[in-house]
Design a protein around this ligand. Structure first.
Ligand SMILES: NC(=O)C1=CN([C@@H]2O[C@H](COP(=O)(O)OP(=O)(O)OC[C@H]3O[C@@H](n4cnc5c(N)ncnc54)[C@H](O)[C@@H]3O)[C@@H](O)[C@H]2O)C=CC1
Ligand SMILES: O=C(O)CCC(=O)C(=O)O
Length: 431
């Protein structure tokens, strides 16, 4: 609560993600009348690891980094969740993100629990060689706190297939030669050729698109010529926009960490993607668009808003500016509880993060299975399997939402929490 954000040049108190996820959990626990002992277990994390580790920089100096891995719950299987490299990462943020992973894997019916981790750093300040040493040193320090049947990291903000390859290689190098290849699935989201899954790169964004498509089919709405805005034009934002554009929708606004652009006539997703590749990942300077300020971005006229950046972006300070009738949460925790209430009251539908962006972890599950079984899956079959799995999860959320008269997030939480509760009750509550 101590941090502040600036809205319309005024400092406003900023709510932390942990506070947000706890409010969501408390509300859902009441809805399902959750067993009080299980509620106590789920309200806290199982393990929290903070590691300070030294790394030699290119100039010869040693810098100390702070890395995190939080394992929230493993009632349903090994801990699973991404690694984020970002200056705002702290223990509370990682706890919140780990909790969301527990609900997400449970909702998707996967044999996983929830975890998250990362390093508090701004990766743009380091060379590629430094990032490799930082990542390898972090992986080494994590040691047996991760493992292919225990806790399986994956990419998140500012990490990618290369990061995962360094972690897999470092982890495997600590094993006896005959054991190394059996440990490839210590991480998912690896490069193709190093055990990675065809299509894991687009799995999250494709899943975001699919959930929008299922929602549109349910509401009898055509996506053709619908307009959309995207906050965050990285892995998730780009791929979601790519598939929406292919479906005939038009991107009219984009925001990244460095600025916001708009054009009511449309912004080409593929041209912007090429532009960012040649511009250090940034959207700034893209031709035929106007630059607008951070807060004006939320008020752009559009039908669909895809937050695909950081948490707590849609707040009570900007919720009323939003024109979209649908928010599809590609990011984790982009909407505060207060903002959600305001949006629902004005009739905006929200496809919640734990459903909307679950294509990523479903893709990771496929990669894990592929590695475990020594198989190689093809892109077409993977995208079909992902569609089938996500469609079924979406159907269940919709059914619960209609039968219990709940918004989509509450319905998703009900399914997720009831599945975990059932596992504890079958086993005798305490793990
Ligand atoms: N990569 C994955 O498979 C999954 C990612 N997610 C979530 O999706 C979100 C985005 O992740 P990725 O696309 O992987 O990250 P990324 O690192 O590929 O891209 C992040 C994008 O967000 C922008 N951004 C960062 N701070 C911002 C700010 N303050 N305002 C506006 N834009 C900002 C960056 O400039 C960049 O364009 C995160 O919340 C992540 O937890 C969720 C499920 C899976
Ligand atoms: O693919 C995974 O294991 C998890 C990705 C992730 O961090 C997320 O879904 O938020």
């Amino acid at each position: 609560m101590a941090i502040a954000e600036t809205v319309n040049n005024k400092k406003q108190p900023k709510q932390g993600m942990l506070e947000n996820v706890m409010k969501q959990f408390d509300a859902a626990a009441s809805l399902v009348n959750l067993n009080p002992n299980i509620k106590k277990i789920l309200a806290v994390t199982n393990n929290e690891l903070i590691i300070h580790f030294p790394v030699r920089m290119d100039n010869g100096d040693v810098e100390i980094f702070k890395g995190y891995r939080v394992q929230h719950n493993n009632a349903l299987g090994p801990y699973k969740g991404g690694l984020r490299y970002h200056p705002t990462i702290d223990i509370d943020a990682v706890k919140a993100l780990a909790m969301w992973m527990t609900w997400k894997t449970s909702l998707a019916g996967l044999p996983y629990g929830g975890a998250k981790g990362g390093i508090q750093l701004d990766p743009s300040k380091y060379s590629n060689a430094e990032l490799e040493r930082i990542t390898r040193r972090f992986a080494y320090a994590l040691g047996e706190n991760i493992g292919p049947e225990h806790d399986i990291p994956a990419p998140d903000v500012n990490t990618n297939a290369q990061t995962m390859a360094w972690i897999a290689d470092t982890y495997m190098s600590t094993k006896a030669p005959s054991e190394r290849s059996k440990n490839q699935h210590v991480v998912t989201g690896k490069p193709i050729g190093s055990g990675g899954l065809e299509g894991r790169d687009r799995a999250t964004g494709f899943g975001v698109f699919l959930t929008i498509k299922y929602w549109a089919a349910h509401k009898n709405v055509s996506l053709k010529d619908k307009t959309f805005i995207v906050q965050g034009f990285g892995n998730v934002g780009y791929w979601a926009a790519h598939f929406l554009e292919k479906e005939g929708a038009k991107m009219v606004g984009v925001q990244d960490a460095f600025g916001s652009i708009t054009n009511a006539e449309g912004i080409s997703v593929e041209n912007l993607f090429i532009h960012t590749k040649n511009n250090q990942g940034r959207i700034e300077g893209f031709p035929n668009t106007s630059t607008i300020d951070k807060e004006a971005f939320f008020g752009i006229n559009c039908d669909i808003f895809i937050p695909a950046a950081l948490g707590n972006q849609i707040t009570k300070y900007n919720a009323n500016d939003i024109k979209a009738f649908l928010i599809a949460e590609g990011a984790n925790g982009p909407t505060t509880v207060e903002a959600e209430e305001m949006l629902l009251n004005k009739g905006v539908d929200i496809i919640p993060d734990i459903l909307c962006n679950s294509g990523g972890v479903i893709g990771s599950y496929f990669e894990w299975l592929q590695n475990r079984n020594g198989e190689l899956w093809e892109l077409d079959e993977i995208l079909i399997k992902l569609d089938k799995k996500l469609k079924e999860v979406f159907r269940k959320v919709l059914e619960t939402s209609e039968s219990k008269v709940l918004d989509l997030r509450s319905a998703a939480y009900v399914i997720a929490i009831e599945r975990i509760e059932k596992a504890y009750i079958q086993r005798g509550i305490f793990p």
